[in-house]
Design a protein around this ligand. Structure first.
Ligand code: MN
Length: 529
């Protein structure tokens, strides 16, 4: 049983009030679940307690950790919702309600529905903390899946693999993704899973000793070249991810060079390139296998340098070079942006009330971008009025946005994968704004308010002045400088990435919306049928 002490010890930088809040939730949940059992025969409370500990390890705030403790108390009517609200506040109840709602959408293994379900879950969540609690909940449920009745196991494992691991991946939560995949794999395909495990074991054993030698040699060379503070480790590829790669390479293990990779973690970006120099001076790189995800980060924010080299000791080896910060992000993704531990560093000067607001207003415009597709599912004419099955809050959002729903750019935008190509950036207050990849400060300003966009004078990213065409990266803190005399220029149309910004710029410049040729309208109707 996870003790309250274990949870609290993970809450680095928490105030005494935060700790008291979590302690209260711990006792409350324990009592609420009294007499209730897990399939394993253990007390039910081990589950919420374990979920809370995972959330604490991810550095989540006290409200989210407490929500993890209480996430199953309301669902089966053990505790009235208003009691939870009275004891722990609206915000916590909102998260719990979100988690409960997510549980009502179940995946039954039709491949073509997987993407819509992922979208639906994200739309339902509406607050990223809901998804993070759900992922922590799922992780513990997967760790205890063997006790669940057999006929249920496969469905849950498949859902984990197809839905939740993907969501974790798109949120940049690499560690969670890998754990969920590897917990689910044996239940989804036991034969393939044990085959891949066997292959990995043999191959790892083969390279282990050689790899340790390479590691030593590299450490020595790095130290010689003034890179004094660094660490290295060996990472073994996840089973599911290895399986996927084997499928792509026709089950030819000799074509896979990253089963075991050597990681070099250094303090600064410059050190990454210096370390790369050391590596390439020492070992010959394989042409075409070099990837600089630092200069060109993956859509989910992943950053690292990958190079594959030939070593005398261990044959072909993949080496990954990154900073501590990149390493943390690669593991925790979006969660690291809201991490309590991180917050402590950045917002020390802010008052506590302000710091709280960082969590309370996470709004996601992607929800809005989902509306038309949801309408199509439920409404006969694709219109708002026909959509009786759509939840009220979604309908409200849609009604507020009907003016953009028909625009061609908007419809085109929908065709793009809605959040694998997105970046999450912050306002100075810590609100999350989600934008398409390669968005600029202009897009950011208009995403906040048209007035801010129309009087955009300058922009700071992470405290530094930048030009308007700067591509924003995941986790950037963007501050917009406003001046009444500043106005959009036609050049902005080339820089802006979002249709929202372009529409406002055109309007401000007195340009009419581009006329829609009849042909396009017809196409539009044809698509509806
Ligand atoms: Mn649960």
């Amino acid at each position: 049983m996870t003790t309250i002490k274990e949870i609290v010890s993970e809450m680095k930088g928490a105030t005494p009030e935060d700790i008291a809040f979590v302690e209260k939730a711990y006792e409350y949940s324990k009592k609420a679940h009294e007499g209730q059992m897990r399939f394993s025969g253990e007390p039910y409370f081990i589950h919420p307690a374990a979920t809370a500990k995972i959330l604490a390890e991810y550095g989540m705030d006290a409200t989210t950790i407490a929500a993890g403790l209480l996430h199953d108390t309301v669902e089966d009517g053990r505790v009235p919702r208003k009691d939870v609200e009275k004891e722990f506040g609206k915000e916590l109840l909102f998260i719990i309600d979100g988690v409960t709602k997510l549980g009502t959408h179940k995946y039954h293994g039709a491949e073509r529905h997987a993407e819509s379900l992922r979208r639906l879950l994200v739309a339902t969540a509406s607050d990223i903390r809901v998804l993070i609690v759900k992922l922590a909940d799922r992780k513990h449920n997967m760790q205890t899946l063997e006790y669940v009745p057999e006929h249920k196991r496969r469905r849950i494992a498949l859902e984990t693999l197809e839905i939740y691991a993907h969501i974790a991946d798109r949120l940049g939560m690499g560690k969670m993704k890998r754990i969920l995949e590897d917990l689910a794999f044996p239940f989804v395909d036991p034969d393939a899973s044990s085959h891949v495990a066997e292959v990995r074991k043999l191959k790892t054993k083969e390279t282990e000793i050689g790899l340790a030698k390479v590691q030593k040699e590299l450490q020595r060379e790095l130290a010689k070249k003034v890179i004094t503070t660094f660490r290295t480790d060996i990472r073994i590829k996840g089973l599911w991810s290895l399986y996927q790669k084997l499928l792509r390479k026709n089950d030819d293990i000799s074509l896979i060079h990253d089963i075991a990779a050597l990681r070099v973690i250094v303090p600064k970006i410059e050190d990454c390139y210096a370390a790369l120099g050391v590596v390439h001076a020492l070992y010959k790189p394989l042409p075409g296998e070099f990837k600089d995800y630092i200069a060109f980060q993956k859509p989910n924010g992943y950053q690292s340098i990958h190079t594959t080299v030939v070593t005398p000791e261990a044959g072909i080896v993949e080496i990954q070079i990154r900073t501590e910060e990149m390493h943390r992000r690669a593991q925790f993704g979006i969660a690291s942006h809201m991490s309590y531990k991180q917050l402590g560093k950045g917002v020390e000067k802010l008052e506590k009330g302000v710091q709280k607001s960082r969590f309370s207003s996470l709004s996601f415009s992607w929800v809005r971008s989902l509306i038309p597709s949801l309408m199509k599912v439920s409404g006969k004419e694709g219109g708002v009025r026909g959509a009786t099955k759509v939840p009220a809050w979604l309908t409200e959002l849609a009604e507020a946005n009907t003016d953009i729903a028909g625009s061609e750019e908007f419809v085109d935008g929908l065709k793009e994968d809605f959040f694998s190509h997105r970046v999450f950036v912050f306002t100075p207050k810590g609100d999350v704004i989600d934008l398409p990849a390669a968005s600029t400060p202009i897009d950011f300003a208009y995403a906040i308010h048209s007035d801010l966009g129309n009087h955009l004078q300058g922009a700071k990213v992470n405290g530094k002045l930048v030009s308007f065409d700067t591509a924003l990266g995941n986790g950037d803190v963007v501050e917009i400088l406003r001046r009444d005399s500043a106005h959009p220029s036609p050049k902005w149309l080339e820089i802006a990435r979002t249709s929202l910004a372009r529409r406002h710029i055109r309007a401000a410049l007195g340009m009419a919306e581009p006329a829609k040729p009849l042909r396009r309208r017809r196409q539009h109707h044809a698509n509806k049928k």
